[in-house]
Design a binder for this molecule. Structure first.
Ligand SMILES: Cc1cc2nc3c(=O)[nH]c(=O)nc-3n(C[C@H](O)[C@H](O)[C@H](O)COP(=O)(O)OP(=O)(O)OC[C@H]3O[C@@H](n4cnc5c(N)ncnc54)[C@H](O)[C@@H]3O)c2cc1C
Length: 411
């Protein structure tokens, strides 16, 4: 049971990114006048990650453009940033967060917003020109490696998930020779199912990007001097030489610092319907796994809109206390820009759902696909049909039947 917060109390936010910033903004919006301390282990003030695999990677946008706020607007929020500082432990009885430099931060309310970190390939730690893409520094590193490799640069992307596929598309646009390796039969098959995974595969192949599917990576080797290509050894015996390898094989929730805190940790920070993880502790964004009240499932969502909406909701509930907390029941939404295609999904698609293309044409790469589970509409996916997609949002919010969705698609 968490009591409501008084407006003068101290709130500590761990994680200086989207969920943490939105939470802090919401606290000020709720007229919280007390100190708000934001701890972040990156050196940057909060910035937006989606452009890292798109406009910043391509060089279309300057880095300044991805900051959420101008310095003046950020100052006006009156937040106390502790950047370059890593939280290493939490004592929920004493209500203290301890950082790697030994500093201790006492709180009345705590917001956990530490997100996720990119999974790496075992054995590649410290290997030059083998990178992941999670942070601005990762993005600038990829750009530097590509620039150093020159106009004949060869990139191997391991993993055709959202990040890997976007990196492939953006780098292809820069004239880089790209090969994508995916262990599963189709890109994104685990999220969207194989039929829509095949549509994603076409995006790569139609652009002349080599896509190798159904083959795992055995190991990587590189010359310690760093001048020879990195070699990606595939499980089928093929060797791929690369000037740069980007590993996009998913993420893991950043919860190590919470070991021993007494919070429940299981594929993220386990929260109730109102995002409470413990007494005076809420969690939001990629790190939070909560009981979605209407979907009846424990969810952890790794997308932008959830971090923004969940951050704000966690802050409101922290202020209100558990007695007056609102359940967090968003209709999940995400997008991904690959080549010239905008992929958008509302709802929760599953790989085993039945998929019906209900508008547009797969051949033209512009269509709407409906996901059915039982007699319910489970999710809607759009390839470059943003306006049409949004018409289905109210149906998903209302838990509509699949037949209602089909009727909508027929006009
Ligand atoms: C390259 C890229 C492209 C993306 N594109 C899209 C897209 O097109 N569409 C979409 O919907 N989503 C996209 N996403 C996902 C979206 O950016 C994330 O869902 C969102 O950033 C999650 O925000 P968050 O605040 O929960 O966590 P994060 O953004 O992961 O931030 C967590 C912060 O906490 C810090 N931290 C972690 N542990 C500690 C600690 N112990 N102490 C202090 N600080 C700590 C981390 O360093 C990080 O700065 C993309 C993500 C990436 C990386």
């Amino acid at each position: 049971m968490s009591e409501p917060l008084t407006p003068e109390s101290t709130v500590v936010v761990v994680g200086a990114s989207l969920a943490g910033l939105r939470a802090a903004e919401e606290l000020r919006h709720e007229r919280h006048t007390g100190p708000i301390v934001i701890v972040g282990d990156e050196l940057h003030v909060p910035y937006d990650r989606p452009p890292l695999s798109k406009q910043v990677l391509s060089g279309k946008w300057d880095v300044e453009r991805i900051h959420h706020h101008t310095p003046d607007k950020l100052d006006a929020l009156g937040l106390e940033f502790r950047l370059g500082r890593r939280a290493v432990s939490l004592d929920t009885d004493a209500r203290v967060v301890t950082c790697a430099d030994g500093s201790e931060l006492a709180y009345d309310g705590l917001i956990v917003a530490t997100g996720t970190t990119a999974r790496t390939l075992p054995g590649t730690e410290g290997m030059a020109r083998v990178r992941v893409l999670r942070t601005l520094d990762d993005c600038l590193g990829i750009r530097a490696d590509l620039a150093a490799a020159g106009p004949e640069a060869r990139l191997v992307v391991i993993g055709a998930g959202f990040i890997g596929s976007e990196v492939a598309g953006t780098c292809h646009g820069l004239g880089v020779a790209v090969t994508v390796v995916e262990a599963l039969p189709t890109p994104l098959g685990r999220v969207l199912g194989d039929q829509m995974g095949a549509a994603c595969a076409r995006l790569h192949r139609d652009h002349g990007v080599t896509l190798v599917t159904g083959v795992g990576v055995d190991r990587l080797s590189s010359d310690p001097g760093g001048s020879d290509p990195v070699v990606v050894h595939l499980a089928d015996g093929t060797d791929l030489a690369a000037d740069l390898v980007v590993v996009g094989i998913g993420v893991v929730p950043a919860v190590g610092w919470l070991d021993g805190s007494g919070l429940s940790l299981d594929n993220g920070v386990v929260c109730d319907e109102g995002l409470f993880a413990g007494d005076a502790v809420v969690a939001a964004g990629d790190v939070a796994r909560w009981s979605h009240p209407s979907l009846g499932e424990q969810l952890r969502v790794e997308h932008w809109t959830n971090a923004a909406e969940g951050g704000a909701m966690a802050a409101r509930n922290l202020v209100a206390g558990t007695g007056a907390a609102e359940p967090y029941a968003p209709v999940p939404f995400f997008w991904s820009d690959q080549y010239e295609t905008k992929i958008q999904v509302i709802g929760l698609p599953g790989p085993d759902d039945e998929v019906v293309v209900a508008g547009g044409s797969e051949e033209e790469g512009k269509f709407i696909a409906l996901y059915r589970r039982g007699d319910r509409l489970r999710a809607v996916l759009a390839f470059s049909q943003p306006r049409q997609l949004m018409a289905y949002r109210p149906l998903l919010a209302a838990g509509a039947s699949f037949d209602e969705a089909l009727a909508l698609s027929r006009g």
